[in-house]
Design a binder for this molecule. Sequence first.
Ligand code: FES
Ligand code: FES
Length: 200
Amino acid sequence: MSTKDITLTVNGETHSLTVEPRMLLIHAIREELDLTGSHIGCDTGNCGACTVVKDGEAIKSCLTFAVQADGSEIETVEGMEDHPDADGGLHPIQEGFEQEHGLQCGYCTPGMIMAGKAILDENPNPTEEEIREGISGNLCRCTGYQNIVKSIQYASDKLDENGEVAAADGGRAETDGGFTCGVENCCGGTGFDHTGGDNE
Ligand code: FES
Ligand code: FES
């Protein structure tokens, strides 16, 4: 079987992999990178348990070959605690799921969290309808969805609050739904390389 060399940047860390062309992105993430937070529920694109954010967009990683993601920036649930919005603790979306009881068995939760992040990255203040639309590709057999919607609303409110506090401090502030750390030539808005370097 032929193989292909690819590069994936996952949660800010760049990985070089040699994969078979038929390898799915979810398998590369779970088996090659050992990031098993993203789940496999169906392998057919129906459940959304495998949802990750690829180049800013929520995708089902069981519907994407790893080679198609070559050169991409991927975010998985493992990266959420290291995200600057987590501020050293849980990311507001994770906190929302905890506070609003957005999970029961937890199987759908990593995918729901990443779908929620993509919703809020695009629109920091979504309506309930927009949240429901945004998670419509993710199935939950336990919660009835109401508390998942509340969890994402919680995160939206918390991120708003944090942005206002940071803006008042002259530090972090959200602009156009993105993130600005306030340090010149620092993370370039991604927050992952928060070293003060040029983020090449
Ligand atoms: S495992 Fe990908 S959609 Fe179900
Ligand atoms: S919490 Fe069990 S599937 Fe969603």
